[in-house]
Design a protein around this ligand. Structure first.
Ligand code: SAM
Length: 259
């Protein structure tokens, strides 16, 4: 079982501001887009990996209340927040603590997997492992619907004043010793020796090698890879980039992969 993870917004201290920040950054509208792309049918089994505070699943559960929803995340605080929001809305969603690289689901037991803004939180080798796990748990005919930033928001040029402000807050928290990623249940430093850029996401949607000089130094080796390549290597029959959209944190890319 993995022991560490990078929480939403990079630090546990900022979790209470995640939803507000997402709206301000223009990310929340992507949630609807992802849910629409997933084409969830009543009765289908839906798993979100890295569900965080539950925004995607809450929308999905409102759209298709008869589907069976599970949200997975290593961050118990985020799951508690998500469960509270679900209870307030009367949505039935199961929230489970766990890691995308080791899904607590049987082979072929899920019809739709959703992943929103999660992939860039994983080091390169864990991205590959997580996508292999998604392929394993999907039923034949099932699909993965994934949206992610095209870059690590903690590195590179800030894309907006809001992005710059987020970096500033993070820098202040780091100075106060409160910007460490979180160890599972311990508050330890995650991925010791990793720099933020080592979590650079896997792909540039145009197929370029992503990172542009900042995404290649993962502590365990292995360069950053295009998401469509990772999906193909994980065994998906068809993996496509559906589109991109701008946000105040930079562009988001949407992918669909068929089992
Ligand atoms: C930016 S947040 C996105 C949350 C939510 N999906 C959304 O779009 O609002 C990334 C989430 O990925 C989770 N995460 C980090 N490492 C993970 C892992 N190994 N497996 C699953 N989730 C992980 C974090 O705890 C965090 O909640």
């Amino acid at each position: 079982m993995p022991k560490d993870f990078l929480p939403a917004m990079g630090t546990p201290a900022m979790l209470p501001f995640y939803d507000l920040f997402g709206r301000a950054a223009g990310i929340d509208t992507a949630y609807w887009q992802l849910v629409a792309q997933a084409g969830i049918a009543p009765g289908s089994r839906v798993l979100e990996i890295g569900c965080g505070s539950g925004n995607v699943l809450l929308l999905a559960a409102r759209a298709v209340p008869d589907a069976l929803f599970t949200g997975l995340d290593p961050d118990q605080d985020a799951l508690t927040l998500a469960a509270k929001k679900a209870a307030e809305l009367g949505a039935t969603i199961t929230f489970e603590q766990g890691y995308a690289q080791q899904l607590p689901a049987a082979d072929g037991s899920v019809d739709r997997v959703l992943s929103s803004l999660m992939l860039h939180h994983l080091p390169a080798e864990d991205q590959a492992a997580a996508l292999r796990e998604v392929h394993r748990v999907l039923a034949p005919g099932g699909s993965l619907h994934l949206v992610d930033l095209d870059h690590d928001p903690r590195s590179g040029t800030p894309r907006s004043p809001l992005h710059l402000a987020m970096r500033g807050v993070h820098a202040v928290l780091a100075k106060l010793g409160r910007a460490e990623p979180r160890g599972h249940g311990h508050g330890d430093r995650a991925h010791p020796g990793h720099t933020p850029t080592e979590h650079a996401p896997g792909a540039h949607p145009t197929g370029e090698q992503h990172g542009h000089g900042h995404g290649h130094g993962h502590g365990h080796g292995g360069p950053a890879r295009p998401v469509t390549d990772l999906l193909a290597e994980a065994g998906f029959a068809e993996a496509v980039l559906l589109g991109r959209r701008p946000t105040r944190l930079g562009p988001l890319s949407f992918y669909r992969a068929e089992r």
